[in-house]
Design a protein around this ligand. Structure first.
Ligand SMILES: NC(=O)c1ccc[n+]([C@@H]2O[C@H](COP(=O)([O-])OP(=O)(O)OC[C@H]3O[C@@H](n4cnc5c(N)ncnc54)[C@H](OP(=O)(O)O)[C@@H]3O)[C@@H](O)[C@H]2O)c1
Length: 321
């Protein structure tokens, strides 16, 4: 099968299309013929190799989110799954950017007939991250929310979910006025620049900040929390926070703010599978939207990463083998 591997970490030029043996599902696994492969911000973070020695080996197949029919099952897996179209998380070690991928059956979810595989890979991880992130922040109706890094698929889902939950203010950060307008059409009420400045900043602090970015500007956003405000960090597309992050946090001591993280790794598998199924049903019903930046052939994976590196992407890039 054709697969996209990392020959050297850093620039997208280190990605290469190679031939690899077709994978064989082990006990408890399924083999999927990938119709669609999600290109996530996490893939770019891994490929850049910037996060303190990621521990990923050269030669790894990037990507972790695919959808397509099950074409083989390992021992102990119900053969009735054969032919069923499923969304799958292939694991933190990658394996996604390829014509075929294996996944543990518990990390797969049926895709409704009315939802394309392309749309499924744009929603299957991003919506649960946004949903459990907002739940971790204990968002309630009437509160104000800031989604930092809202132009990615997690941020877009968070904007739609926060608006649906009855947030009084759904502010976003983005580096692009055009992306800001698109976020408004999805439910954003205020569009701020990446540093939190903007022509329409709500005066009071935010009850909830859902942060996909991290990075050197994180400290200044502690100062944007309201009294009893909660910041939940779900991503690190901007890298680690600066050394003064703890100082900024304690500087807000008298506002009783909280800072936490949310990883899907701590969500119970059954709850996660249910959330994915609900995300797909919501998309079919038009309550959530799969926002696609581009759909590209598998061999254009490096170009997809170049687009992410220059910050042009709104929503999700999907590869189709
Ligand atoms: N918590 C979990 O369980 C979980 C699961 C999966 C993924 N993740 C994490 O989620 C992140 C990827 O999410 P995503 O795919 O939605 O994001 P993304 O598309 O990679 O980025 C979101 C937006 O952030 C902005 N941005 C990029 N670099 C920035 C920087 N240096 N400073 C400020 N803003 C920046 C860009 O928008 P503008 O240019 O418009 O500002 C970009 O569109 C990764 O860190 C990944 O590890 C977490």
């Amino acid at each position: 099968m054709r697969a996209v591997v990392i020959e050297s970490f850093g620039s997208p030029d280190g990605m290469a299309v190679v031939d690899r043996p077709d994978p064989v599902p082990a006990a408890g696994e399924v083999l999927i013929r990938s119709e669609a492969i999600g290109v996530g911000g996490v893939d770019a973070v891994i490929r850049r190799g910037t996060l303190g020695g990621s521990g990923f080996p050269t030669g790894m197949i990037l990507g972790s989110e695919v959808a397509g029919p099950v074409i083989a099952v390992g021992d102990g897996v119900d053969a009735a799954l054969l032919g069923q179209r499923r969304w799958a998380f292939t694991g933190t070690a990658g394996g996604g950017y390829a014509e075929q991928a294996v996944a543990r059956v518990g990390d797969t979810v049926a895709v409704p007939a009315a939802l394309s595989s392309v749309d499924a890979v744009s929603l299957g991880s991003s919506v649960p991250v946004a949903r459990f992130g907002l739940a971790h922040a204990h968002l309630v109706a009437g509160e104000s929310v800031l989604v930092r890094g809202a132009a990615g698929s997690i941020g877009i889902a968070a904007v739609e979910l926060a608006a649906r939950a009855g947030a009084a203010v759904v502010a976003v950060t983005t580096s692009s006025a055009e992306r800001g307008e698109r976020l408004r059409s999805l439910g954003a009420t205020h569009v701020l620049g990446r540093t939190g400045d903007g022509e329409s900043s709500p005066a009071a602090g935010f009850d909830v900040i859902l942060d996909v970015v991290g990075g050197r500007d994180l400290s200044r956003f502690i100062g944007r929390l309201a009294a009893n405000g909660r910041m939940v960090i779900v991503g690190v597309v901007g890298g680690y926070p600066p050394a003064d992050f703890g100082t900024a946090l304690l500087g807000a001591f008298r506002k009783s703010v909280s800072v936490g993280t949310l990883s899907l790794d701590t969500v119970a598998p059954a709850e996660l599978a249910r959330a994915r199924g609900e995300a797909f049903e919501d998309a079919v019903a038009g309550r959530l939207h799969a926002v696609l930046h581009d759909v590209l052939p598998l061999g254009d994976a490096a170009d997809a990463h170049r687009s992410m590196d220059v910050g042009q992407v709104f929503g999700r890039i999907v590869l189709v083998p």
